[in-house]
Design a protein around this ligand. Structure first.
Ligand SMILES: Nc1ncnc2c1ncn2[C@@H]1O[C@H](COP(=O)(O)OP(=O)(O)OP(=O)(O)O)[C@@H](O)[C@H]1O
Ligand SMILES: [Mg+2]
Length: 248
């Protein structure tokens, strides 16, 4: 499918959002661009968008099957996800099952310390303010959302964590943390949007603790695409692997 520039609604750092004939439906195009460190580190990795779209589709299908509302309609082809158009809430909802990454730079947690119950942290999604951490009071005072929505977001996020964590356990993968974004559909309902991929999650091999996510890129290591394809290969069923040509 050929996308027209004229139909581009928004170009983010790693994805494009395109209009369709239906004003409530968009195409999320997953690009190969990869950034880290507040956009300071940039590269382009062949097939990254391909894998991220397939992996996100799998997680959205899993969540839908568990009764969670998501943007997902279907994968038109690898890289292109037909999705419900959402009015995005500019919050990054971060859930942590183990201490890693920025949490260790900000607070005296031990690396890999188990966090049970999980910690939910919110960052304000703003390039201008460099995504600062915020709390419910600040989010409400900024009129980004309200208490009722925050309650739904919290409850849904804990459910998402549980569903994905249990699914990944079967695949031999640890789920230390992840970042998600929500929006509102035309009925003002809270719906999970954006992506769930190795760009937005940490995934570690259960046996070896090998990193299988964007941390490889952050740390300047090789094997980024090998890790992403490994995640796809572990989580997809045989039928999808054949359909999307994922080899072991
Ligand atoms: N279903 C959706 N409907 C409308 N917008 C969406 C949907 N899902 C995600 N978005 C928005 O589209 C953009 C996705 O692009 P990308 O992830 O590349 O952006 P980003 O670099 O994270 O964010 P930004 O450029 O907005 O700071 C984000 O702004 C995200 O909030
Ligand atoms: Mg993004």
């Amino acid at each position: 499918m050929k996308l027209k520039k004229a139909d581009l609604l928004y170009r983010g750092k790693a994805k494009d959002i395109y209009k369709t004939e239906d004003p409530e439906i968009v195409i999320v195009k997953f690009r190969d661009d990869i950034t880290a460190g507040d956009g300071e580190k940039k590269d382009n990795i062949d097939k990254k968008g391909y894998y991220n779209s397939i992996i996100s589709a799998k997680f959205f299908e899993l969540l839908e099957a568990s009764g969670i509302k998501t943007q997902y309609i279907k994968l038109l082809e690898p890289g292109m996800m037909l999705s419900h158009r959402l009015e995005m809430i500019p919050l990054e909802i971060i859930t942590r099952n183990m201490a890693a990454g920025s949490l260790l730079r900000k607070f005296p947690f031990q690396e890999k310390q188990e966090l049970n119950p999980p910690i939910i942290q919110m960052d304000y999604k703003s390039d201008e303010f460099h995504d600062p951490m915020l709390n419910d009071d600040i989010a409400v005072a900024l009129e980004l959302t309200n208490r009722k929505e925050l309650e739904i977001i919290r409850e849904t996020t804990l459910k998402i964590d549980k569903v994905i964590k249990e699914f990944l356990k079967e695949k031999g993968i640890i789920f230390p943390d992840f970042k998600i974004e929500y929006g509102r559909n035309n009925k003002e309902e809270i719906v999970l949007g954006d992506e769930i991929s190795p760009d937005s999650c940490r995934f570690w091999d259960m046996k070896t603790c090998e990193v299988l996510d964007k941390d490889l890129f952050r740390k300047g290591e090789t094997g980024v695409i090998k890790a992403y394809s490994e995640i796809a290969s572990r989580i997809l069923d045989e039928e999808d692997k054949e359909k999307w040509n994922i080899t072991e």
